[in-house]
Write a protein that binds this ligand. Sequence first.
Ligand code: GDP
Ligand code: IMO
Ligand code: MG
Length: 451
Amino acid sequence: MTNTIINGMQWGDEGKGKIVDLLCPAFDVVVRYQGGDNAGHTVKFEDRHFALHLVPSGVLHPEILCVLGSGMVINPDTLFRELDGLLEAGVDFEGRFFISKRAHVVLPIYPVLDQARETAMGKSQIGTTIRGIGPAYESKITRFGVRMGDLLSSEWKRRVEEQVARLGREIAALGAEVPDEQEVVARCGDWIERLRPFMAETESLLNGWIAEGRNLLFEGAQGARLDVDHGTYPYVTSSSPTAGGACTGSGVPPTSIDGVIGVLKAYTTRVGGGPFATELLDSTGEHLRDRGNEVGTTTGRPRRCGWLDLVAAGHARMLSGVDSIALTKLDVLDELEEIQVCVGYRLDGEIVKGFPASLEVVERVDPVYESLPGWKSNTVGALELSDLPQAAQDYISFVEQHLGATVGIVSTGPRREETIVRRDETLSRLTSGGLAAIVEGAAEVEPPARS
Ligand code: GDP
Ligand code: IMO
Ligand code: MG
């Protein structure tokens, strides 16, 4: 039995959806544990393309049990759209999709408040996804929130009305239009019967499955640099994407976790505001955006692009205890003559130790780069590490040496089949000895039947 956490090691969009989908043949359950529909996880195989915001990326495998854990904030409107899309695509999730009664509801007033606050902040805005994620977590922590399970009690109407009254005052003060209280209540009422069959005490279910010897995969959303405690605060999301969040956000204890796979893009992207030391505002940045198709899955915004930052990634490795790295989008570097990698930060001539807590410092540091030769050849679809050009193999070794963890997976394209899975001991342990099944699954693509 093995329970493994998948974490983003940067600012999100590292390719977590692809890696979760790839690993599913070795697992029985996939759990989302934090965030909400601010996430956008893409899964591609053959000509199929899925963009998932709430439902775990394991849903495309017919045997996988899918759980939305207690640490999530869930917008039922988005969820139903997503479920309808899956049904249309022939993906049957009946009897294998569960929502924690302890997860919080994203009420329709939260995105309105999110937008009003962002507008009011003007230039210093966070650049949120406007999905109401901040207001949802804020309401949870101040104990005014509405939980999924509350929708099944007689109390829910009063709690929703209170929230609309409370937050409506702030929305009005910000000069935005306050949603009609009874319309919000009616919309919530419309959700209840469709949600009811999915609601469960998922914490007991998950621990019961562990006791039965099933393998659980925890699908992190966002990335370490967006973590509310450890990221580039306040330019962060409002939850804990790092590995610790998997326990609080699912009710599975740390003693049941076997390890962490960190997903690391071969360069860096960020959506929204906030410091980004290795950002490229030149033609190389544009090349990465074009070749990497770096457009937000959730918001359609162009992603900011830059070189790989091993200071930031090293911090993520430490925070989540990353055992093995899945290096993604290596192919996006295929045409570059020279590749820079940030190996340190310098402030006023001095090398800074670690990733600075102070936003002001992060904004002022100069990256220290090492320059590596590009390989200027096609890596897409390579199946073995030895098939890669020597310079690409050297790039991977450089990352491993600096981060002190092995790269177990190398992704060279968006599809399952465009992946190198190394038969190394750590990856084998983290996938319960299921590497053969994973490799076979990637090669023998079995798309869900079209309806
Ligand atoms: P997530 O949020 O971490 O799941 O990542 P996203 O799905 O938001 O963004 C990753 C994007 O890169 C998606 O469009 C993927 O289809 C794509 N992708 C994933 N891995 C690779 C890869 O190795 N090469 C290329 N070219 N694209 C990839
Ligand atoms: P996945 O799971 C990239 C960013 C937003 C903004 C900040 C706060 O696909 O990797 P929020 O709406 O959460 O309050 O916005 O966090 N952000 C993401 N960036 N990938 C994501 O998810 C993100 N989810 C939130 O752009 O900067
Ligand atoms: Mg994404």
